[in-house]
Write a protein that binds this ligand. Structure first.
Ligand code: 9D3
Length: 257
């Protein structure tokens, strides 16, 4: 690596009842590399260690009745204050919750601009609402399906954010960041062998003609987006309507810059 002073970009604290789940993932993958390169500092805290009673209680019954348990506010607030005081900083508090706003690439980009995040992983039926009020928390969901808690969502958020930090990805992958931002799904990909179970790789990909290859990829990306993600397709069409939707190839060329 050429001599470049590596500033610490981002600190992320994660508060959870399952620290080993979080550690298992952040100790591998791209997140491990990013930490080694000093691009991000990740620290996991066990919620239970912020309890004071002899049973180390983190949850209690919901007022008003209903199924399940709710995370008590005291240990979480104690943990947030602890992180604030020993880092001397004021992190943006994120609470993973099915009631949150959906995580998008835009939100990930926004979070990647921050200096310090503290992610609280929800469990059971959720977290006492006063925690969100007192910490000014932003609630984030990763999608409309039911999980058992916020640990996987926290990892999803961390990965989406950290890979956007400068210097985390290689040049190749970084280039790809720009192309997601054009809002289309990716084209089909192939590797060796050229024929597999009687199915040949499309000739154009073997042609060496990069203009033709890019045109083919754009066409297939548009086609795939239309089929799989009509929502993205509508949006892309709206954003490109000045080109008059029909001539897909001229749009493809124009967008390549
Ligand atoms: C009956 C109401 N349910 C909420 C829609 C109950 C409920 C379901 C799942 C309460 C908590 C959970 C646990 N899920 C999470 O904590 C969670 C989550 C998710 O389930 N899906 C997508 N994103 C997230 S972020 C946190």
């Amino acid at each position: 690596m050429p001599g470049r002073v590596l500033g610490m970009n981002l600190r992320i604290d994660i508060l959870t009842l399952f620290p080993e789940v979080i550690r298992a993932y952040i100790g591998t993958s791209i997140l491990k590399r990013a930490q080694e390169k000093g691009k991000v500092f990740l620290k996991v805290h066990h919620l239970r260690s912020f309890t004071l009673d002899r049973y180390r209680t983190v949850d209690d019954y919901p007022f008003g009745g209903g199924p399940g348990m709710v995370l008590k506010p005291e240990p979480i607030l104690r943990a947030v204050r602890f992180v604030q005081s020993y880092t001397g900083s004021n992190p943006l508090v994120i609470v993973t919750s099915p009631q949150g706003k959906l995580l998008t690439q835009e939100k990930a980009r926004e979070l990647s601009q921050k200096k310090h995040l503290l992610i609280v992983c929800g469990r059971y039926q959720g977290i006492d609402e006063r925690v969100m009020a007192l910490t000014n928390a932003e609630e984030i969901s990763i999608g409309d399906y039911v999980l058992s808690g916020g640990e996987l969502p926290a990892l999803v958020i961390v990965e989406a954010v950290v890979r956007l930090l400068p210097g985390v990805l290689g040049d190749e992958e970084s280039l790809e960041l720009d192309s997601f931002s054009d809002g289309l799904l990716g084209p089909p990909q192939f590797t060796r062998p050229r024929v597999f179970q009687g199915m040949a790789v499309p000739e154009v990909l073997l042609s060496g003609n990069h203009v033709l290859i890019e045109r083919w990829r754009k066409e297939r990306a548009l086609q795939k987006t239309k089929e799989s993600r009509p929502d993205l397709w509508e949006k892309w069409q709206r954003q490109n309507q000045e080109n008059g939707e029909k001539d897909v190839l001229s749009i493809a060329k124009k967008k390549k810059k």
